[in-house]
Design a protein around this ligand. Structure first.
Ligand code: MRU
Length: 374
């Protein structure tokens, strides 16, 4: 099977070749396109922590590839066990860089499993074990892109079906889609999750417009999503987060689709702060609200969203814009950067393996992943 590809004109957050990893510095967008080397796990840890690279899948892919590059460039290891111990230590450290997105933990667990299995093979050499880890990190990147392309297809159909069901079975020729944060090529290995759905709709002529919320306080929507939409010539409008409900009230939104950082067994979804408010507004106005994410974002170890750790970041993200203080001084702040949307507000969760539909207020992710629902 040929390797999946994304639109070549899409921006690339991650530029990898054997022995080299470069990450697009997303803190500088949209003004500057600068790539930073991330050829070892310590550097990658810092770039993730400081949000040079961000977005749940992109963080996980970057972490895996940084270790692959470090291994490739390292001096010879004396034994297979030495490679194993090194990779396990790297993954344990990378895991601490950001807490909410499950994809990072999933990638770390996967690579640890790979290195442990490879090192346990009788007679395994250090070179064999290195190669197993590097190959798996590279496969992880390819799989993320393939997932995003599948999400795009599944999501475009799901959104059209949901809009049609509210229009007497007819889907308008083109639909108006609202999204929050950045979930595009910049947040993934390519194409995107929620923005991948938008991209696929656009490619098939079904997108009337994408409305991007600016996404305070880090402005992923204004700086990154708007940039991606403009870069690909998709019809677009940028609005303040607080304008979303009013636009829905005017009947100008057909569907919402957002990304996810962690999805619990029951479909409760952690995503960028503001997602919960958007879901409430969508419910109030009868707008179908979808989550789009790869199956690597599903955490079957947790029953509900109550168990999700929510990252809180420094006050400066709230009080300053590009280094300039915009808030009054001496004001205590609270800056949670994710929230949890309860599954009863979600019409469906779009994944690479299909769509989990809301059934009685929950989206049963276990059944979706085991293939027992469509
Ligand atoms: O804090 P960020 O920018 O890393 O936030 C992650 C996100 O972009 C999301 O919340 C997103 O919707 C899921 S990642 C495709």
């Amino acid at each position: 099977m040929p390797a999946p590809t994304s639109d070549d004109s899409a921006l690339r957050a991650i530029v990898y070749s054997r022995g080299s990893l470069q990450l697009l510095d997303q803190r500088k967008l949209p003004h500057e396109t600068t790539y930073l080397p991330a050829n070892d796990h310590e550097t990658c840890w810092t770039l993730i922590k400081e949000m040079a690279v961000r977005g749940a899948p992109a963080i996980a892919v970057s972490a895996a590839l940084s270790v692959a590059v470090e291994l490739h460039n390292a001096a010879a290891f004396p034994t297979a066990a030495a490679v194993r111990d090194f990779v396990v230590a790297c993954m344990n450290h990378l895991y601490t860089s950001r807490p909410t997105a499950v994809n990072l933990g999933e990638a770390c667990t996967r690579l640890k499993g790979t290195v442990e299995s490879a090192a346990a093979v009788p007679g395994a050499t250090a070179e064999h074990v290195k190669e197993a880890v590097i190959a798996d990190a590279e496969a992880y990147q390819r799989e993320d892109l393939a997932s995003c392309l599948a999400i795009g297809e599944n999501g475009a159909k799901a959104l059209c079906d949901a809009v049609a069901s509210r229009n007497g079975g007819m889907c308008p020729t083109q639909i108006r889609v609202m999204t929050i944060c950045n979930t595009g090529a910049l947040a993934t290995a390519g194409h995107g999750t929620a923005l991948g759905v938008v991209r696929t709709l656009h490619a098939s002529g079904k997108l009337a417009k994408c409305v991007a919320l600016e996404t305070r306080p880090w402005l992923q929507g204004a700086r990154l999503t708007a940039f991606e939409l403009a870069h690909e010539g998709m019809p677009r409008t940028l609005i303040a987060d607080s304008a979303a409900a009013f636009l829905m009230a005017r009947g100008e939104v057909d569907a919402c689709v957002v990304g996810a950082d962690r999805i619990a067994q029951n479909g409760d979804t952690a995503n960028k702060i503001g997602t919960y408010a958007l879901a409430i507004a969508a419910k109030r106005h009868g707008v179908p609200f979808f989550v789009a994410a790869p199956t690597t974002t599903v955490d079957l170890n947790i029953a509900s969203g109550k168990e999700i750790e929510i990252e809180e970041r420094g006050s400066e993200e709230l009080t300053h814009v590009r280094g300039t203080m915009v808030a009054a001084s001496n004001v205590p702040t609270w800056n949670p950067v994710f929230d949890v949307t309860p599954s009863d507000l979600i019409e469906g969760i779009i994944t690479d393996r299909g769509v989990g539909w809301n059934n009685g207020g929950v989206v049963d992710m276990k059944s979706l992943l085991s293939g027992t629902t469509s």
